[in-house]
Design a protein around this ligand. Structure first.
Ligand code: DGJ
Length: 725
């Protein structure tokens, strides 16, 4: 609910458990009042310290600068004297970099408007409401609308910004962040998700010092290395205690997420498009929308934050008709064959897979053009009939006869220098005339800022999708952007390329899911470089990482599930020694870890031993037994091997608390060790539950724990089902 106190000039945005307060000062400044546990009254202007120096400019005309550099601002601008990180920097045609936003009014509406061309959360009028605060820089003729949507039942807020040029001359947006949050410091610690290829989204936690700490990407995608999520937590915050302020970007391109501790021990947290290389020219009459940031506050630790994000994304972001459905168990031929396959090999895999209960075959990279290695043919989206003899239609029909659905891999954003497409349209690649194009995986990036490029690629790909009965598409992206230049943009708009590129990706994905609504889309980017909330708007699942080792996956899936629903995490069982790390783990453990996700296989099933094949049957059974619970339930993290060095544990609890599933992985065995008690979470303390054949009170299982025997050998896993008695 959004409350307005006209007398005090205060807006209070309330969810079930949180409040976010904004105040208008001197009739013009939009200041941040409060974010935290729910407040019942709006008479809270004392939080602005207006009676302390530096007083507001109406009182202290001499010291505007001191005020600007101290006051908690909702949307700070560069150039006027706030030397903390700005959210907005605008250059006029005369070359001056400054803006001064002056409050003009507000509007409150039920529901939430869509963001033009951008992914965003959505909701019914009964589920959310939106506050728009209008302000203006009169010199530039710039109207700025700060948009706040409140998801009351979910305890989340979203923010975005709209800029309109209502003046006579163009101006250049050189920086536009989407959200900023000013607070007093509380000895905050910073949590972020960091990593590398095959090591995505590991949790990093460190104290917040003076100065600026940021994580960022200007690689053109959200990236393997740093991730558009940031949380500030009070010291000692655990899964169930402590205060958490979190931001997550609903965007798949360049980003910056930053925390800054300033001279007065105030903290500014901000998030938005990375300003590096970014400029957007706004002609009179044009507008620009900044992508959305989701904000979550939890007074009950990280676990509550996680479940808030999961609920918000499952109920108000992901649109796919597959969201609440059990996804077909797939087998992907990538790790089985890499580029060396033909239709016979695929059918052999399909045959054995069908016998074991697998439901879909996915043909990965290598089926098109002349692609026998990763050095050619991207852009030539027609079937290589030397490999797939008889063509795609026949292959799909034969796979279907075996009882499997069929899925296909594509990488639409790329072009190989060694391709027919490049020979025909060399200008379609992103490049700076006169410079060598930076190569990565022997491929260039297509200029998706150009409509004719997106349309041209789309036509080829949709012809393939129409040519056979295709149930699933894996959309990959295997390199990052560099040598940024577009043949279609004038000199003073080249800084728009990265964002226009992302908008082009969104446009094509929207078209794909509109034209082929029955296709299940999975996003992917060289593993998990584009596992972000923007992509979830288009696909209900995203490939988590090219590292399929069950033990490496523990940290990757823990970090990913910190923010994103487990129903979205692409997770497969693969062979050992594992292709990324060479580790050998029990087949059972590989299956149990992959259950925390979409579940599937990524191996040559024809080469499995009889014993392993029996294991596949057991895993398939487990998937069918548990997937509804895992996909729809509440996720609780119980222990982390990254902290304790020995074991990892998490559980999923059904929303009505009638059933739960505990996962436990003994990562390292210990000599002469006793059994371990793992305290459960999320159960109803009053209910009685059956666990391991005996009945216990929920309170006992949560306070005293379940007993897990110590096992001989590393990498052992165990599932414990808990049912209401
Ligand atoms: C990267 C993906 O993450 C892999 O699963 C596979 O599809 C390869 N690309 C294919 O090039």
């Amino acid at each position: 609910m959004i409350r307005v106190d006209e007398k005090n000039n205060v807006f209070l945005l309330n969810t079930e458990n949180t409040s976010y307060g904004i105040a208008i000062v001197d009739g013009r400044y939009i200041e941040h009042l409060y974010y935290g546990a729910k407040l019942e009254e709006t008479d809270i202007r004392y939080l602005l310290r207006e009676d302390e120096a530096p007083f507001t400019p109406s009182v202290n005309k001499r010291e505007t600068g001191a005020f600007l550099d101290f006051a908690p601002m909702e949307y700070p601008e560069a150039g006027m004297g706030d030397y903390r990180e700005s959210a907005l920097s605008v250059r006029s045609v005369k070359g001056h970099r400054a803006s001064e936003l002056c409050y003009e009014g507000y509007e409150i509406t039920p529901g939430k408007p869509a963001l033009e061309g951008l992914p965003a959360t959505w909701g019914e009028d009964s589920e959310c409401s939106t506050l728009k605060i209008f302000c203006r820089d009169s010199l530039l003729g710039m109207k700025v609308t700060l948009m706040y949507s409140v998801f009351e039942g979910v305890d989340a807020l979203t923010r975005s910004v709209l800029i309109e040029n209502e003046g006579e001359e163009p101006f250049y947006i050189e920086k536009i962040l989407s959200a900023c949050l000013d607070m007093d410091d509380r000895d905050f610690e910073v949590i972020s998700l960091i990593g590398s290829w095959a090591r995505e989204r590991h949790i990093q936690r460190m104290p917040l010092g003076y100065g600026r700490q940021n994580i960022a990407s200007f690689k053109g995608e959200s990236s393997h290395q740093e991730h558009p999520f940031l949380a500030l937590v009070t010291p000692e915050t655990t899964q169930s205690t402590g205060e958490v302020y979190a931001m997550n970007f609903v965007y798949s391109g360049n980003f910056i997420a930053q925390a800054e501790k300033s001279q007065f021990d105030s903290v500014r947290m901000s998030m938005g498009i990375h300003p590096e290389g970014f400029t957007w020219k706004l002609e009179p009459g044009e507008r620009f929308t900044a992508p959305e940031v989701v904000m979550v506050y939890s007074a009950e630790g990280l676990g509550k934050m996680t479940r808030t994000f999961h609920d918000l994304y499952r109920e108000h972001l992901i649109r796919s008709p597959y969201l609440h459905k059990k996804r077909p168990i797939l087998i992907n031929n990538w790790e089985a064959t890499y580029f060396e396959f033909d239709e016979k090999k695929l059918l052999e895999i399909a045959k054995d897979a069908a016998e074991l209960g697998i439901e879909m075959l996915v043909m990965d990279d290598g089926w098109f053009g002349k692609r026998n290695l990763d050095d050619s043919s991207l852009g030539d989206w027609y079937v290589n009939e030397e490999k797939i003899k008889g063509g795609l239609h026949e292959l799909v029909e034969n796979v279907k006869k075996l009882g499997l659905k069929f899925g296909i891999w594509i990488e639409p954003e790329m072009i190989s220098p060694e391709s027919e497409l490049y020979r025909k349209h060399p200008d379609w690649a992103i490049q700076i005339p006169g410079r060598d194009i930076t190569q990565s995986r022997a491929q260039y990036v297509l200029d998706f800022s150009r409509k004719e490029v997106v349309d041209g690629v789309y036509e080829m790909i949709s012809d393939v999708l129409k040519s056979a009965d295709i149930s699933y598409v894996k959309w990959d992206m295997n390199r990052q952007l560099a040598t940024l230049g577009s043949y279609a943009l004038p000199a003073d708009r080249q800084g728009e390329l990265s964002h226009r590129y992302v908008l082009g990706v969104y446009r094509m994905q929207e078209r794909l899911i509109t034209d082929f609504p029955e296709i299940l889309l999975e996003n992917c980017s060289g593993g998990g470089a584009r596992f972000d909330a923007g992509m979830l708007y288009y696909s209900p699942q995203i490939w988590c990482s090219d590292d399929t080792d069950a033990i490496e996956r523990l940290a990757i899936q823990e970090g990913t599930a910190l923010v994103y629903p487990v129903s979205a995490m692409g997770a497969h069982v693969s062979v050992c020694p594992n292709h990324a790390v060479g580790r050998v783990t029990p087949f059972e453990t590989r299956g149990d870890v992959a259950l925390l996700g979409t579940f599937g296989y990524e191996l040559d099933i024809t080469k499995l031993s009889d014993e392993e094949k029996e294991q596949v049957k057991v895993q398939v059974e487990k998937y069918h037994r548990y997937n509804d619970l895992i996909r729809e339930g509440d996720y609780y993290r119980l222990a982390s091997v990254s902290d304790n060095g020995y074991y990892d544990s998490w559980m999923i609890v059904e929303k009505d608390k009638s059933r739960a599933l505990v996962f436990y992985v003994q990562v390292m065995a210990r000599a002469n060790a006793k059994s371990r008690f793992v305290r459960l979470a999320g159960l109803d303390p009053e209910k009685r539950y059956i666990a391991g054949g005996k009945t216990y009170a929920g309170s006992t299982l949560m306070r005293a724990g379940v007993r897990i025997p110590s096992e001989f050998g590393d990498f052992k896993s165990r599932l414990i089902e808990i049912m209401e008695a």
